[in-house]
Write a protein that binds this ligand. Structure first.
Ligand SMILES: CCCCCCCCCCCCCCCCCC(=O)SCCNC(=O)CCNC(=O)[C@H](O)C(C)(C)COP(=O)(O)OP(=O)(O)OC[C@H]1O[C@@H](n2cnc3c(N)ncnc32)[C@H](O)[C@@H]1OP(=O)(O)O
Ligand SMILES: NC(=O)C1=CN([C@@H]2O[C@H](COP(=O)(O)OP(=O)(O)OC[C@H]3O[C@@H](n4cnc5c(N)ncnc54)[C@H](OP(=O)(O)O)[C@@H]3O)[C@@H](O)[C@H]2O)C=CC1
Length: 515
């Protein structure tokens, strides 16, 4: 039987969401490990004042593609951008492009989605469900299509504790919801959203569950597989350890903790942190594409792509390793020395938010105001609180995912493929991974230079001295205001001191008696 890379040789691949985090890693891996792939057609929209081709050119310059560039400097010739806005009818693909795609595509990877937790329901539905439906219709017209791989999330069914590799009945029939929301005013939709999403935490997980149902409805006509990754983190090994390019999920939290901004967060120390490295997800996705096309399973296979059941690691351990890494490799211009703690207790968390977030932010903003600058710290903390409020749901509880299909797929691979498309997370060394992850956020998200670490350490020492000075001044101030000025406070103070003195004399006397 052909190996995975042999199977991809000569194939035309369609990728949605190629400019996103996972889409880029998918493209890189395909180009590097399947060098004979014929072409990658990627659906891209113009954005932020950049045309589609400018965006693609920029993307290919990214460090992520360094290894591919080394192997094949002309790799860009294999990338064919197709202009598309997924929220538009027909995905806004021109008739000529539709013609090209339907005549040549062999496999589709559908990665595009809105992953924002606060997305208005109508937009999340438009992108995550309706666009998926439209892409499936397009796929049905593709004459040489062998597999359609849909990227979902392990949290699509997070209202359940135990999640099997099956497509669960949807919370509502997608078509009914689409029809009803079509005529509704945005404010009405906003009002009924909590009732609709029910026991799911956000519109993201809700619409991803609906998308799975839409995919299932087409599974009789197409060869389909669904990949459900948990919390996708930086790369483990490929193309190099620690690659990450965004603030999503834990990355933003790690950075905020490393910068000394985040000091407390609601999370359970003992809950499993189901992180999965992005390269593992992509290796599994490519292997699943091969398996779906070659073996044509009778029903759509779902692959829960998680670590918790196989090689568990907990949020408490993550906190420890993140803090230890940022103490050894500090981020530049930290606000305070990194020292974040997680707690599952609501009141304790609120106390630390007040003392360690809001109070320093107020003081710093006061300092900025007095020095004629614009206050900004409170604004940053408000955004951070919004983000951690939305993420806490995922870090405060455990889920159990069945991963039989992931194991089955691993057993189907040859020894060579298992090495090239490694998704065996039993080999993952968590402390090493978290260290590379944190350093990755420093190098690739914040674009900080590792050679500036001595200066960053010096800055932390300065912050420590400021803290010591501040604490001393505060003590003297309290003494001056409450002790020195009030007779009663003075009396209490003398009483406490004389009590301590009496205790000390008593212990000294009793210890001389026993000698
Ligand atoms: C040491 C302690 C260790 C403790 C460990 C505990 C960690 C717990 C982590 C739990 C993670 C759970 C994730 C669950 C994932 C489910 C999996 C998936 O399927 S789906 C995949 C997961 N999906 C997601 O993760 C999406 C979550 N994100 C969102 O929904 C939205 O970004 C938002 C609502 C948080 C903020 O909206 P909005 O106010 O409109 O703001 P914008 O969006 O415009 O961004 C403003 C600025 O903030 C930046 N920034 C962004 N995110 C974070 C962050 N987490 N943090 C910090 N910063 C963040 C952003 O880059 C930007 O910077 P700049 O350009 O201004 O400089
Ligand atoms: N990251 C994670 O932790 C997890 C992600 N997933 C799933 O993996 C998939 C990829 O996620 P990830 O790469 O992290 O997400 P990103 O947000 O990084 O990428 C999303 C992609 O979708 C594209 N897209 C969004 N809206 C449109 C639109 N209207 N028209 C055309 N393209 C659009 C984006 O294009 P543009 O650049 O133009 O915005 C981008 O390429 C998603 O399906 C997500 O649900 C699942 C579990 C965890």
């Amino acid at each position: 039987m052909a190996s995975i890379s042999e199977w991809y040789a000569g194939k035309n691949v369609l990728i949605t969401g190629a400019t996103g985090f996972m889409g880029k890693v998918l493209m890189e891996k395909l180009l590097r490990s399947c060098p004979d792939v014929k072409a990658l057609y990627i659906l891209v929209r113009p954005k932020a004042g950049q045309s589609m081709s400018e965006r693609v050119q920029d993307m290919m310059m990214c460090k992520l593609f360094d290894r591919v560039r080394e192997d094949n400097p002309d790799f860009h010739q294999k990338i064919i951008p197709i202009s598309s806005e997924l929220t538009q009818p027909g995905l806004a693909i021109s008739p000529e492009d539709v013609q090209t795609l339907t005549s040549c595509i062999n496999i589709v990877f559908h990665c595009a989605a809105t992953i924002r937790f606060d997305e208005p329901l109508k937009h999340a539905l438009q992108l995550n469900v309706i666009a998926t439906q439209q892409l499936l219709s397009l796929a049905q017209q593709m004459q040489h299509l062998q597999a359609f791989i849909h990227i979902s999330t392990a949290y699509a069914n997070c209202n359940r504790r135990h999640i099997d590799e099956v497509i669960y009945p949807p919370p509502v029939e997608p078509k009914k919801l689409i029809d009803s929301l079509e005529w509704m005013d945005d404010s009405i939709i906003c009002d009924i959203t909590p009732r609709l999403i029910g026991d799911r935490p956000n519109t993201y997980t809700y619409t991803k569950a609906l998308a799975e149902c839409v995919v299932q409805q087409e599974s009789g006509k197409l060869n389909i597989a669904i990949i459900r990754p948990s919390i996708v983190g930086a790369s483990w090994q490929e193309p190099f350890p620690g690659w990450i390019d965004n603030f999503n999920g834990p990355s933003g939290i790690f950075i905020a903790a490393g910068k000394g901004i985040l000091r407390t967060m609601r999370a359970s120390n003992d809950a499993v942190a189901d992180l999965i490295p992005v390269d593992v997800v992509i290796n599994l996705t490519l292997a699943a594409g091969w398996y779906t096309a070659v073996h044509r399973p009778k029903t759509a296979l779902v692959y829960n792509c998680t670590t918790g059941g196989i090689n568990p690691f907990h949020w408490g351990e993550i906190e420890h390793h993140v803090m230890s890494t940022f103490k050894r490799n500090p981020l530049e211009q930290a606000f305070r020395r990194p020292n974040a703690n997680i707690t599952s207790n609501y009141l304790i968390n609120q106390y630390w938010i007040l003392v360690s977030h809001k109070f320093p932010a107020l003081i710093y903003d006061l300092f900025l105001r007095l020095s004629g600058q614009k206050p900004q710290m409170m604004r940053i903390f408000n955004r951070l609180h919004k983000a951690i409020g939305l993420l806490a749901y995922f870090s405060s509880q455990d889920w159990e995912w069945n991963s039989d299909n992931m194991n089955m797929l691993m057993n189907q691979l040859s020894a060579d493929d298992r090495r090239t498309f490694n998704f065996d997370v039993r080999q993952l060394n968590w402390p090493e991974y978290i260290e590379n992850y944190c350093i990755g956020t420093k190098k690739y998200v914040l674009n900080e230079d590792m050679s500036d670490i001595p200066a960053a350490r010096q800055h932390l020492r300065k912050l420590r001295n400021i803290r010591y000075t501040f604490n001393t001044v505060l003590l003297v101030f309290i003494w001056r205001v409450f002790i020195a000025r009030s007779q009663m406070a003075r009396n209490i103070w003398y009483f406490v001191v004389s009590l301590c003195y009496k205790f000390l004399s008593y212990f000294r006397a009793s210890s001389t008696l026993t000698q």
